[in-house]
Write a protein that binds this ligand. Structure first.
Ligand code: NAD
Length: 269
């Protein structure tokens, strides 16, 4: 049985020899930036059930039945993202590009890979900052500062006597009726199709890589969870970084913001 140190050594060698790397990330890479994951014991689904909060239908019903809880949910999702900055794991992923061709595929909607400097990022579950019409047409990009403003106004709304109208005004630049259509953030809720063209590009990248580095993902959310299998089917080796031991050629167990900089250092310095 390989020790953690052996795995780090082999993973570093695998990365160094690679011609084409895909980094596939989930909520765990942003945990140390203060953004909670959904499924861990302190995750969002412990406080807000996915049945009520992970579909537009459930969200709309909650908004009408319990607008204060609706505002609480939006604050819980948006506030950590609004104040987050990339951590050492995002920075290590960006640094990889100085050494070899890298495609980042992320399930996250927090924009932290781009903020860290990664240049090719496919956001297969979309982005909280990209506002589109119901038909998917681009409307505008929100800044992190604008999301902070939305959170501040939602906090005021939840203290008001008439919560719903104030909450709807607070989120209007992100979600609500626009000039010709309803607009919404381009995020993929339960039962919705994957974000395009990101998903098609992500599958192509997985088919072309010779090394996939999966970071902070439980790899249970379908169809994104198929990507490591696609990479394996074309002969790529898989390195997994997670606080729980993962299913990979080289599992590296530990917090991403510690393990990833170690791995990049070992591979390239
Ligand atoms: P998940 O919540 O299912 O799994 C997170 C994984 O990260 C777990 O396996 C956990 O053990 C691991 N982890 C937790 N902290 C870690 C750390 N510090 N270092 C390394 N690993 C760590 O997340 P998922 O698989 O990405 O799926 C949840 C879905 O929810 C995603 O598809 C995403 O769209 C969405 N989501 C996004 C964000 C975000 O944008 N930051 C946050 C929460 C959820």
């Amino acid at each position: 049985m390989e020790s953690g140190l052996d795995n780090l050594k082999h993973a570093a060698a695998c990365l160094r020899a690679a011609k084409n790397v895909v980094v596939f990330t989930g909520a765990g890479i942003s945990a140390e930036s203060g953004i909670p994951t959904f499924r861990d014991s302190d995750g969002l689904w412990q406080r807000f059930s996915p049945e009520r909060f992970a579909t537009w239908d459930g969200l709309l019903k909650t908004a009408v039945a319990d607008p204060r809880l609706f505002a609480d949910f939006l604050i819980a999702v948006l506030d950590p993202i609004a104040v987050a900055a990339p951590n050492a794991a995002h920075l290590a992923v960006a640094e990889l590009e100085r050494h070899l061709p890298v495609t980042v595929i992320t399930q996250n909607v927090d924009g932290l890979h781009q903020a860290a400097g990664s240049t090719t990022v496919h956001e297969v579950h979309g982005s909280i900052f990209e506002i589109v019409t119901l038909g998917g047409r681009f409307v505008r990009l929100l800044s992190r500062a604008e999301v902070r403003e939305i959170v501040q106004r939602l906090r005021e709304a939840r203290e008001a006597t008439l919560v719903l109208p104030k909450a709807l005004r607070a989120i209007h630049s992100m979600l609500g009726p626009g000039g010709v259509s309803i607009h919404r953030p381009k995020i993929v809720l339960f039962g919705e199709a994957m974000a395009e063209p990101a998903w098609t590009l992500a599958q192509e990248a997985a088919e072309q890589c010779d090394c996939m580095l999966t970071v902070g993902t439980s790899a249970t959310v379908m169809p994104a969870a198929m990507l490591p299998g696609i990479a394996r089917s074309v002969g790529a080796r898989v390195i997994d970084v997670s606080i729980e031991p993962g299913d990979a050629d080289f599992p590296l167990t530990g917090p991403a913001a510690t393990v990833l900089p170690d791995l990049v250092r070992k591979a390239f310095r």
